[in-house]
Structures are given as C-alpha cells and as structure tokens.
Design a protein around this ligand. Structure first.
Ligand code: FPP
Ligand code: K
Ligand code: ZN
Length: 400
C-alpha cells in the first residue's frame, strides 16, 4: 500500500514479468479505490460459510471431479469452517468418519477415495479430518495399521516417499511425521536420518526445495521447517538449517505493493502462501526470539482486500475464483497474522521426539504489531499442524 517503486526491473521480459506487472497494476487500483473510499473490506464470514456448507451438504455423495482428493476436500472444508468459528455438528462428524473408513486400503494407509492405494497426503488429510471431528476411536484403532505402512515409505537416506514406488520430497516427510505424531506412533526408528535429509534440501537462496538441489519453494519450505519442529525444539533449528538465509528468504517473499507473499523468487503473489510461507514466520520468530518478521498489517490487507471472492470463498489473487484449497490456506494465513506465537517451555519434554509441536501457543497480536478488528478475527491455529489451537493436544491426549 505504499507509493514507492516496488520492483527493480531487469531488462529481460518474460511471460511471468508481464503477468506480474499486470497483477501489480490491478492490486494498486484496488488499494487506491479503498483509500479513496476510506473504507476497508471486512471478512465476509457469512458468504464464506455459505460457500463451504453448500458443498458440505453434499457430503454423502462423492465428488467426482477430484476423485483422488476426497480427504483433502474434507480437511479444507472442515478446517475452514472451524477457522470461521463454526462448530461441526455430530451428523457431519459421523459422515466424515464413515467416508474416511471407506478410504482405508487393506494393504496399508488411506487412499484418496474408495479402492485407491494408500498415499501419504491422503492419509495426512484423513487424519486431520478425523482430528477436527474428534473421531478418536477410529484413530486409535488405526494406529497398528498405519505405523508399519509408514515404515514402508521410509528411504535409506532418511526421507519418505508419497506411496510405495512413488516420489520422495519434503511434503512426504511432513505428511508422515504429522500422521505419526497425531497417532502417537513417532519412534526413533521412523525418523532416523530424517533431520539430516531435510537439511540437505535447503538451497543457496535460503528456502527449501522438495528434494536436494531443487528450487526453493514456499510449499516445500513449510513442510521442511514444520517437520524440523516435529523432530525437536525450535531453538535447535539452527543446527538443521541456515536460519539467517532462511529468514532472509521468507521475508523476501513478501512484496511491498501487494503485501501478500510469493512462493518463489520473481514469481507472483498468491494467497495460499500466506500459510505456506507466512506460517513459517511464527516458527522462526520463536527460534529467533523476534516478535514479528512478517509485515502483518500488509498481509492482512492483501487477504481482506484481494483474496475474498465476491460470491464467497477465498482465492489466490484478484481475477481468480475461490476454491477450497485457497479458502483454507488463506484463512490459515489470516489466523497466523492475527496472533503472536509463544513457546510453552514448561510443557517441553526433550525425551519425547515430537514434544515441541505441542508447545506452540497463540496469543492475540498486540496492536503495535497488527490491528485486528473483531469482525475479521478467525480462530488461532497451531503453526505446525495448521488446525485450530487445542485440537492437536486433544488428539494426543486421546491416543493413549
Ligand atoms: C508450484 O506451483 C507449486 C509447487 C511446486 C508445489 C507446492 C507445494 C505445496 C503447496 C505444499 C503441499 C503440502 C502438503 C502438505 C501436501 P506454481 O508454479 O503453479 O506456483 P508458483 O508460481 O507460485 O510457484
Ligand atoms: K501459484
Ligand atoms: Zn495458491
């Protein structure tokens, strides 16, 4: 929202630079109109809830277009509703349980739909959905089926693959560690060598690639840093990565004019990176003892002014339609800018591998960091799991 020249242009023109200039002009126009009117957009909770519940109502029927993504759609919708302060009714929770039980594969893991092979991402989204609906009984019953299957995804170099014979990357590591943690089956055997492998994915830019020598990207960076916090205390992050170059890379993702974040160098702003990149913020803040490394007012403005689709739901950027993926991750990003994160040292237990993940607490951000109007306030999230505060702890307490 500032007057300054925002981009130092190099002379090379590409499809991306042209598109980026166009998006900046659009966004500048939106901000100028808002400034002229003197009225800032507020969170259209009712419209967003409507966008989400119309689809939740059709839960008994299978979505056919995204047939391999059934658990993802469940997680995105359920989590978005909770972030918007809606409660889930018992009928919904029962339906979610029945659906996910139908995705369990006899040879291990949970698939993206009935009869599909076990997949780390589908299993991750399923476990989150069961956690959000507090279906503890089925989760407890799954522990013995899931743990040996997770071990079959483990590679000699410490990484994990998405499915047997599939691709390995930091996403697979994050999905496996999250599932193992929520089900309380994290063992030294499962995570041997994993921290060192993650370290090898940090690039010269400071962010993490999906695998060693890949380009640094927001999605893979979140997965790597959150995984490191599932393996140890955030103050030990500096042992597993170059925290200074990571911090520089993260803050460089925020653009001056847009206020929103990009996923990689020179690319376009996108609302979903409010979470993938933005939520690395609190992890680094805890590690560094800083209060805010992201410009929170600017990111909140981008989210409220540019990411709300007029008909409901949230989106990547102006000109795009809403979808469940962006609705969830934009709301997660909003939750992150609205709180400060503190680490509860008293709860930390160094003999429990994933103890740190359960020690992050959100407190309302003080007004010198960001002004948050009541009408725009969403529920706080746990920065490791991306689900509302309290759910990860309730889950773990119910797995014994
Ligand atoms: C680039 O898309 C996107 C990727 C290379 C994958 C991103 C990975 C995630 C979002 C993480 C997923 C996490 C889990 C837990 C499964 P693009 O080229 O269209 O976008 P860009 O221009 O913004 O890079
Ligand atoms: K994108
Ligand atoms: Zn996106």
């Amino acid at each position: 929202m500032c007057e300054a020249e925002t981009t130092i242009h190099d002379t090379l023109e590409t499809k991306t630079t042209i598109e980026k200039d166009r998006v900046q002009l659009d966004i500048k126009q939106i901000y100028e109109t808002i400034l002229e009117l003197g009225e800032f957009p507020t969170l259209a909770t009712k419209k967003h809830v409507q966008f989400l519940t119309i689809s939740l109502g059709s839960l008994p029927h299978d979505f056919c277009v995204l047939d391999a993504s059934n658990p993802w759609i469940l997680y995105w919708i359920l989590n978005s509703l909770l972030l918007l302060r809606k409660e889930l009714n018992q009928k919904t929770c029962d339906q979610v349980r029945e659906k996910i039980m139908g995705y369990i594969h006899p040879e291990g893991g949970i698939g993206g739909g009935p009869g599909q092979t076990g997949h780390a991402a589908a299993t991750y989204a399923s476990i989150l959905s069961l956690t959000l609906t507090k279906n503890w009984d089925v989760m407890r019953a799954m522990k013995n089926q899931i743990y040996p299957w997770l071990l079959t995804l483990k590679q000699a170099d410490g990484s994990f693959v998405m499915h047997v014979g599939g691709e390995k990357d930091t996403r697979a590591v994050y999905c496996v560690l999250t599932v193992a943690s929520l089900l309380d089956v994290m063992t030294p055997e499962l995570v041997e060598g994993t921290g060192a492998w993650l370290k090898s994915c940090q690039t010269y830019e400071g962010g993490f690639g999906g695998i060693p020598f890949d380009e640094a990207h927001g999605g893979y960076t979140f997965c790597a840093v959150a995984s490191l916090c599932l393996l140890g205390h955030p103050r030990e992050l500096s042992k597993h990565c170059n925290i200074d170059s990571l911090t520089r890379w993260v803050v460089s993702r925020q653009y001056t004019l847009e206020g929103g974040l990009s996923g990689r160098t020179n690319k376009l702003v996108d609302g979903c990176y409010s979470h993938w990149v933005g939520t690395v913020g609190p992890l680094l803040e805890v590690a560094l003892g800083e209060r805010s490394i992201i410009n929170r007012p600017a990111l909140q403005h981008y989210i409220l002014s540019c990411c709300q689709f007029e008909k409901g739901g949230l989106r990547d950027k102006p000109g795009m339609n809403a979808d469940f993926y962006h609705t969830n991750y934009v709301l997660c990003g909003l939750a992150t800018v609205q709180t400060e994160t503190v680490f509860d040292e008293a709860q930390y237990c160094s003999s429990i591998i994933d103890s740190a993940a359960y020690c992050f607490r959100s407190v309302p951000a003080r007004s010198d960091i960001v002004e948050v109007e009541q009408v725009n306030l969403v529920r706080a999230i746990n920065p490791i799991f991306g689900i509302p505060d309290g759910f990860p702890e309730a889950c773990r307490a119910s797995m014994r």
